[in-house]
Design a protein around this ligand. Structure first.
Ligand SMILES: [Zn+2]
Length: 213
């Protein structure tokens, strides 16, 4: 890292419900934790910023299959919000505000985290990206925090690669940040989507790095 470049490490949704044993557990997700902690130490020692994102849903959230009588978990449903039609994945209940599952994993030292950005608070629309909801009807404070802190480069890690990490990377590019994804610090919901997701992100300008040197 050159001294004039300010870097932020974005820890996407490293929450109990997405880790092994969680209600929406991502396979082998606990395996990223040591690497993520090493990365936090490296970024901090270079005076970078660390931001954790937190999926934070009301219990009546539209993405929960339990809130739809006509759908099962992992089916999709076409939903309209503010005139925009989206295909919504039906997820198990997860990251309900105030629950253990919504807590950021205790393996992450929160003393090293400068900001926590919550997303998914609006029950009517899901929010995979940490920058905005899936309809871009509202943006989160993330872009403002990064601009105010004069960040020009973001390193993105966390869960899950094919959903929240992917859309956070794509929005980071749209918001003008140099964007790096560290592959050893993320895992997908659907293993079949692993390579396709990396190729897609690369085609949109995301730098894909196996590890952080
Ligand atoms: Zn969610």
């Amino acid at each position: 890292m050159s001294p004039q470049e300010k870097t932020a490490l974005i820890l996407v949704d490293i929450q109990n419900d997405f880790l092994e044993q969680g209600s929406l557990a991502v396979a082998e997700s606990n395996g990223i934790l040591d690497k993520v902690n090493e990365l936090i130490t490296k970024v901090k020692s270079n005076h970078g910023l660390v931001i954790a994102t937190q999926d934070w849903h009301p219990s009546n959230h539209i993405s929960f299959a339990s809130n739809h009588t006509d759908k099962q978990v992992f089916e999709t449903k076409d939903i309209e919000y503010e005139g925009v039609q989206v295909t919504q994945m039906m997820w198990p209940d997860h990251c309900v505000q105030g629950s253990f599952g919504a807590e950021i994993s205790k393996t992450i030292d929160l003393d090293q985290v400068d900001f926590i950005v919550q997303k998914g608070l609006n029950r009517h629309v899901d929010s995979y990206s940490a920058f905005a909801d899936n309809n871009y009807s509202e943006i989160t404070p993330l872009a403002k925090i990064l601009h105010r802190q004069l960040v020009d480069k973001v390193i993105i890690v966390g869960l899950a690669l094919d959903y929240c990490v992917k859309y956070t990377c794509l929005d980071a590019i749209k918001f003008g940040f140099k964007t790096i994804l560290v592959v050893e610090c993320t895992k997908p919901v659907d293993k079949e989507q692993f390579h396709a997701t990396l190729e897609h992100l690369k085609s949109k300008g995301v730098t894909i790095q196996q590890s952080w040197l």
